[in-house]
Design a protein around this ligand. Structure first.
Ligand code: NAP
Length: 322
């Protein structure tokens, strides 16, 4: 395999541009898939308390690290402050919990998962009221939360910190008061929703970008009830045609496209064949005409899959970003 593509964070850390997404897998599926992913060469792993799988990832990583098959410094592990912990007092508590579950001493990157906060009710990650509405905590103060994020770096629990699902206005505000750089922004990004303005903004400000749902997340499309309005990227005729031309799968075309834009991508797969192919991206490239054809598929925000509509009433939060 040719050398892998990487992104350099403002801290100087080197992040593998292709990572392994872990949302929406059963424990058994994920345990098997993560072993296969590590064997296939994935070193960047994306998780979050909300995915309820950090203990599984911890179990697998512990096996690889304690046997000497892998060194900690070869890995790039990302986790996030959950919405129910999104307040100054929640940051240290939740990073410590992630580290314990992941059986690690530090994270390579720690993100604020969402700009909005949810009420903390017992151990419930998605607290709802009697009408099924998500319980909002409207007191969200990004600057105070960011200060606590910086303390995690100072304490050695995270090497770098960043944001996820924030908009330009929200990022600008954090930037205005931050002592440590915003190293990364993780956002939904795929060929139908190319996020050009946000990506340009990040590039100008030295913030690396990671694309979540880079394959258009069919699982999430179903969950959101958007199957009819959001067609499958993987069967888009332009994507399929370029795949035929380059003898690559549609998923490989979509992933390579994202990487060639200078953006990291974290596709999720628990299928051994697909996850191996998804990282087989480094000894070929898309030509400028391929890139132009793919650029033309952008549909803007109307193609957003993850609008957090699964949290009923979330748009009433003052920091709802979209
Ligand atoms: P995705 O990676 O775009 O799509 C995953 C889906 O595509 C799965 O159903 C998977 O099924 C299928 N798939 C994977 N490779 C394929 C291939 N080569 N051909 C055909 N189908 C393929 O969507 P995602 O899981 O929503 O996003 C990826 C990761 O981003 C998540 O796992 C999570 O780590 C992160 N994420 C972050 C946020 C955030 O708020 N920060 C939100 C959403 C996601 P199989 O497993 O059966 O292959």
């Amino acid at each position: 395999m040719a050398s892998k593509m990487t992104l350099t964070l403002p801290t100087g850390q080197v992040m593998p541009a292709l990572g392994f997404g872990t949302w929406q897998a059963t424990d058994a599926e994920l345990e098997a898939a993560l072993n296969t992913a590590l064997e296939a060469g994935y070193r960047h792993i994306d998780t979050a308390p909300v995915y309820e799988n950090e203990h599984v990832i911890g179990k697998v990583l512990h096996k690889w690290l304690s046997s000497g098959k892998l060194k900690r410094e070869e890995l790039f592990v990302v986790s996030k402050v959950p919405p129910v912990g999104n307040r100054p007092s929640g940051v240290e508590k939740w990073i410590k919990r992630s580290l314990k579950d992941l059986q690690l001493d530090y994270l390579d990157l720690y993100l604020i998962h969402t700009p909005f906060s949810l009420e903390e009710v017992n151990e419930d990650l998605h607290p709802v009221d009697k009408n099924g509405e998500i319980k909002l905590d409207k007191s969200t103060d990004h600057l105070k939360i960011w200060l606590e994020m910086e303390k995690q770096v100072e304490a050695g629990r995270a090497k770098a910190i960043g944001l996820s699902n924030f908009n330009i206005k929200q990022i600008t505000k954090v930037m205005s008061a931050s002592k440590l750089p915003i190293s990364n922004l993780q956002i939904e990004l795929h060929v139908y929703f190319q996020q050009k303005e946000l990506v340009d903004f990040c590039k100008k400000n030295g913030i690396t970008v990671t694309a979540y749902s880079p394959l258009g997340s069919r699982g999430l499309v179903k969950l959101m009830g958007k199957v009819d309005s959001l067609p499958d990227l993987l069967s888009n005729p332009v994507v399929v045609k370029i795949g035929e031309r380059r003898t690559k799968t549609p998923a490989q075309i979509l992933l390579r496209y994202t990487l060639q834009r200078g953006i990291a991508a974290i596709p999720k797969s628990t299928n051994p064949d697909r996850l191996r192919k998804n990282i087989d991206l480094f000894d070929w490239e898309l030509a400028p005409e391929d890139m132009n054809e793919l650029n033309a598929l952008d549909q803007g925000a109307s193609a957003r899959v993850c609008d957090f509509g699964f949290f009923k009433g979330i748009e009433k939060h003052p920091e709802f970003p979209f």
